[in-house]
Design a protein around this ligand. Structure first.
Ligand SMILES: Cc1cc2nc3c(=O)[nH]c(=O)nc-3n(C[C@H](O)[C@H](O)[C@H](O)COP(=O)(O)OP(=O)(O)OC[C@H]3O[C@@H](n4cnc5c(N)ncnc54)[C@H](O)[C@@H]3O)c2cc1C
Length: 445
């Protein structure tokens, strides 16, 4: 819950752009979701997908409904309430030799939010999205009925809910298959990469050899070194490689105050990027790391989103299809640097084939994600990037978005009519809605 300006409560996503509204917290999700318009987990979506379209809408925060209901150590199948936080799941299950099949880059998310965004991780090229590992969902529909859906039971509801940004129903329980892990340690190798073409080749060379890959790009450097950065690849360490003790728990630091708006500017970002790139002095490093620094480096500083100042920030994440070729990625990077979306955070990832979730984000190709402080220029930059992505046959990630125009989204999403048809069937009055669905699909406020 945000600060009560003018006596009005506000809610915001991770990008810290507030809207008027309030959330109801309850550990009894079944009762709380009756008549609700929207559910939200831990608000780690950057834009407006977890925010109400209208201040009076009933928004339920799920994070107190976090019980593990069943676990079968043989099959790895786990059933949990939708508000279970991934950090708690990791704390309980890594020592027992299990890990979530897919993790996003933060552990402060709920399993319900992971389904609604159909999150992907460093292993997307091998394991797909989280939804590919979900066995079934228990949901409260717009009609207030409670149903179960899966690949075989109400499959149209199941696939529209996976990646459906909470618009098909409120997820009460999630059943999914945990993975066995060989140790609580990761064997990681990282290497400096000289430019964007080299990066794409390095990512595709690493994909068959490594279950997990990701890259950081210096998005300010232009010319011959455009797209230089660091490629990181990892796999679970074998028991022989692993250290005798589990990785130590790291003490989290908290960003104690909000930075001013000007703190993130081309000069400070350039200074950070150059320092980060050359900190990687050796061309190649290898060794054991714990799960937290490998999967969640950004979680090391709590409330790091305050660094972008009071105007908040957004993340632009798109995927460019393999068919568009490496030159599309180079041209995208050129456009990005020309438009001046200065940020220390620019991540590149190889995506595997598209999943079955109707609005699920990844498709086979290259994903680029970049944080941007919000300014008077943001809408123009997002429009321009979206035009490029549409022409290349790519798409953006709804859970990061707060600026895409409805006509741009429709142009980049051939599956949209199918998704809207599922909504028409399960919620003909469009009772379930968000600020994002108001913006993109014309739902009432
Ligand atoms: C630092 C950082 C790194 C990230 N890295 C990645 C990444 O690598 N890959 C990736 O895919 N994502 C990534 N994300 C995005 C994040 O994983 C998603 O936004 C995720 O959905 C957030 O989960 P949440 O529980 O906070 O959901 P919220 O942000 O609260 O909600 C997100 C959406 O889920 C819906 N929702 C939540 N709970 C329910 C429910 N019970 N029933 C129905 N709908 C529900 C909401 O309505 C909303 O549409 C990252 C985010 C951050 C802040």
């Amino acid at each position: 819950m945000g600060s009560p300006a003018n006596g009005q409560s506000t809610l915001s996503g991770w990008g810290r752009v507030p809207v008027a509204g309030r959330e109801q917290l309850s550990e009894n999700l079944e009762a709380a979701t009756r008549g609700a318009v929207l559910c939200r987990g831990l608000g780690r979506s950057y834009g407006d997908s977890s925010l109400p379209a209208n201040a009076d809408d009933k928004v339920v925060a799920t994070r107190l409904a976090n019980r593990i209901l069943a676990f079968d150590p043989e099959s790895g199948i786990l059933r949990a309430e939708a508000g279970l936080c991934l950090a708690d799941l990791n704390r309980l299950f890594i020592p027992r030799g299990y890990f979530t099949p897919v993790t996003p880059g933060t552990k402060f998310v709920t399993v319900g939010g992971m389904v609604a965004s159909d999150v992907h991780g460093k292993n997307h090229h091998q394991e797909g999205c989280f939804g590919a590992h979900v066995q079934s969902l228990r949901m409260r529909l717009a009609s207030d009925d409670i149903v179960t859906c899966s690949e075989t039971e109400n499959p149209d509801l199941f696939y529209a809910t996976i990646g459906g940004m909470g618009l098909l129903g409120h997820i009460l329980e999630v059943e999914f298959k945990m993975h066995r892990i060989s140790s609580p340690w990761i064997w990681m190798e990282s290497e400096r990469v000289g430019d964007i073409d080299e990066f794409i080749t390095a990512l595709s060379n690493a994909a068959p050899r490594w279950p997990m890959t990701v890259g950081w790009i210096d998005c300010l450097i232009r010319g011959a070194s455009l797209g230089r950065g660091i490629l990181m690849a990892g796999r679970w360490a074998t028991p022989e490689e692993a250290k005798a003790k589990p990785p130590p728990l790291t003490r989290k630091k908290t960003l104690p105050f909000e930075f001013p708006n000007w703190a993130i500017n081309p000069l400070t970002v350039q200074a950070f990027n150059v320092a980060y790139y050359w900190q990687h002095m050796n061309h190649r490093n290898a060794g054991l790391v714990g799960t937290d620094p490998f999967f969640y480096p950004l979680d090391a500083v709590l409330h790091w989103n305050r660094v972008y100042g009071p105007r908040g920030f957004t993340q632009y994440q798109c995927v460019l299809p393999r068919a568009a070729g490496p030159q599309a990625v180079r041209e995208f990077m050129e456009l990005l640097t020309k438009l001046g979306g200065a940020s220390p955070l620019c991540v590149i990832k190889d995506c595997g084939p598209e999943g079955k979730g109707l609005l699920s984000f990844p498709l086979e190709g290259t994903s680029i994600a970049i944080d941007m402080a919000i300014s008077a220029e943001t809408q123009r930059i997002v429009d321009r990037l979206n035009e490029f992505v549409i022409a290349a046959g790519g798409r953006i990630y709804l859970t990061k978005d707060g600026f895409t125009r409805p006509e741009h989204f429709a142009a980049m999403e051939p599956r949209l009519p199918q998704f809207l048809a599922a909504r028409e069937k399960w919620d003909p009055k469009r009772r379930l809605r968000s600020a994002q669905s108001h913006r993109l699909f014309g739902d009432r406020a």
